[in-house]
Ligand binder design. Structure first.
Ligand code: 5GP
Length: 178
């Protein structure tokens, strides 16, 4: 089993790059069909979603715009529950179909907060896409339109997700050893 050490912690392989890429392809295929003609604007939530968004966007063949936004709510390996504001919303999203692109949805608190902030700009519709989803941790009722992979309620890293800023740069996803 593939293992990596990041700072003081050990992680083992959880989701292989092949499985990730399969989920990316599947999500892109659905988006190309369902969002065709809707001129969507993708709101990519930084930092975590940058690698997923990069792989996903290259596979879209529809007219669309991409905007990168920043928000932070996590420090170390457990949620602090503190949420900062969105930074970098330059485009006018009024009347637009907005698709939020997340790396991971855990409790859903961040997602709810982002949707609240985006709604103030009167978009026509807000859709949600996440590569990873922890159904057992999810506490909200918000519909997630595109889920790449469902995972257990464990702390994971890699493919954009970090542990104290490290390990975003791996092709596979790893889980913290118990
Ligand atoms: P939520 O608000 O849904 O509880 O958490 C969302 C944010 O917490 C994600 O965007 C991500 O930054 C962080 N997060 C949640 N679970 C994990 C995890 O397993 N690993 C890492 N690295 N970050 C996580």
């Amino acid at each position: 089993m593939k293992k990596i050490k990041v700072l003081d912690k050990e992680f083992v392989l959880s989701v292989s790059s092949e499985k990730i890429q399969e989920a990316v392809r599947h999500t892109a295929t659905r988006m190309n069909k369902e969002l065709k003609g809707k001129n969507p604007i993708f709101i990519v939530i930084l930092n975590g979603a940058f690698i997923f968004a990069s792989d996903l966007m290259k596979k879209l063949n529809i007219d669309c715009q991409i905007s990168l936004l920043k928000i932070a709510s996590y420090h170390g390996t457990s949620s602090t529950g503190t949420i900062k504001d969105l930074i970098g919303l330059d485009e006018d999203i009024k009347g637009r179909t907005v698709v939020i692109v997340e790396d991971i949805v855990d409790t859903g608190l961040t997602l709810e907060h982002i949707i609240g902030l985006l709604k103030k700009h009167s978009p026509k519709a807000i859709k949600v896409c996440t590569l990873l989803f922890k159904p057992k941790a999810y506490k909200k009722k918000i519909k997630i339109d595109y889920v790449g992979i469902e995972i257990p309620n464990d702390f994971i890293i890699g493919y954009g997700l970090d542990y104290n800023g490290y390990a975003r740069n791996t092709e596979d996803i790893y889980v913290l050893t118990k």
